[in-house]
Design a protein around this ligand. Sequence first.
Ligand SMILES: *Cc1c(COP(=O)(O)O)cnc(C)c1O
Length: 226
Amino acid sequence: MQPPTPSPSIADRLAAVQARIRAAATKAGRDPAAVTLVAVSKMHPAEAVLAAIAAGQRHFGENRVQEAAAKWAALGAAAAGTELAIIGGLQTNKARDAVRLAQVIESLDRPHLADAIARAAQQEGRCPRLLVEVNVGDEAQKSGVARAEADGFIEACRQRFGERLTGLMCVPPLGADPAPHFAWLAACAARHGLAELSMGMSADFEAAIAHGATRVRVGTAIFGAR
Ligand SMILES: *Cc1c(COP(=O)(O)O)cnc(C)c1O
């Protein structure tokens, strides 16, 4: 009987993803250090995050504020020095918890949420970095501001949040070639002078890097299936 093949550890998978990021950046003529790997730990337990921290990972992404708050509380002192990004659609009634917990909110996509974040930032005396999420495929079910409204919304957010507005984020339609969507978002960010470009997931982060991504959000390739 064959011994079972050991499954690769989180540390191994992280190293493999980092190597692919370096290769993709180099191929694109970009500095690999200009691409931040955001490890998306949603639906994985605090132990998985701990393993990633032990392997040197510092940037994490979570979809749901409550899940993230519970997980980061469980991490305790081990979470020191980590940077947490909320990347999922955010309800206005969760804005205050998100502002309290996260260093980055990547899913700012509508005026009511901007209101709630501004209010929460005032109450908490801190404001995370903010990325506007654009619904690049104009999909009915998806969060993100519609492309036609993106310029106006980004401008309004800049007036309101100033330098705390740092970039744009998108999740292209599933199954479509993401390249034109990445190109659209990159052009939009350039138009607005925004430096952070969060795009690319497990299936397409190399293409995103080729189009200028500065943050890639990778879950499955690091933590396994959810
Ligand atoms: C889950 C999720 C990811 C990570 O997706 P993988 O395919 O597991 O890498 C990235 N971004 C967002 C917004 C997500 O919800």
